[in-house]
Design a protein around this ligand. Structure first.
Ligand code: FEO
Length: 169
């Protein structure tokens, strides 16, 4: 593997753990508001992000590289209202997609087909993550101002359960 690809894969471990941290912050914010379904949704999201970090770590190890753990920053966004966290989550997922594309680009440039294949799962996953973040924001815009609808949406989100990632390395 090329040095640049290794560096980017390693950085992604920290970025994914940071995503977990950010979503845990959002989760805490919603639980504090008694929007426990939203809190649950973001807690599950944080678990998924932790899994993403571990997949990058495992991939490096599988390829004979020692992962280097870096500092995980404090969440840069503290939500001020229920809508803001959803907007920030969508923004953040778009940013993560750009990071995945950057690694893909480096792998492509060095004909690192194995890393490209590994990243294919993340390319698809990012499509799904952006789509669910976008859908949740749209639902909130539609229903968030009506207490009864918000209550139902919160209940819907309370049903989200964690499942392990479909990618096994
Ligand atoms: Fe790990 Fe939400 O991307």
């Amino acid at each position: 593997m090329e040095k640049k690809v290794i560096e980017l894969l390693n950085q992604q471990i920290t970025k994914e753990f940071y995503s977990a941290y950010l979503y845990l912050e959002f989760s805490n914010f919603y639980y504090d508001m008694e929007l426990n379904g939203f809190g649950n949704y973001f807690k599950v999201q944080a678990q998924e992000e932790r899994d993403h970090a571990m997949l990058f770590l495992q991939y490096l190890q599988n390829n004979g590289q020692r992962p280097v753990l870096e500092t995980i920053d404090k969440p840069a966004v503290i939500p001020e209202n229920a809508r803001m966290a959803l907007e920030e989550a969508l923004k953040h997922e778009k940013y993560v997609t750009s990071l995945i594309y950057e690694i893909y680009d480096a792998a492509y440039s060095s004909k690192d087909f194995r890393t490209m294949q590994f990243l294919d799962w993340f390319v698809k996953e990012q499509g799904e993550e952006e789509s669910s973040a976008d859908s949740l924001l749209k639902k909130f815009i539609l229903f968030g101002d009506d207490p009864k609808s918000l209550y139902m949406l919160d209940n819907e989100l309370a049903a989200r359960v964690y499942t392990a990632p479909s990618l096994v390395l």
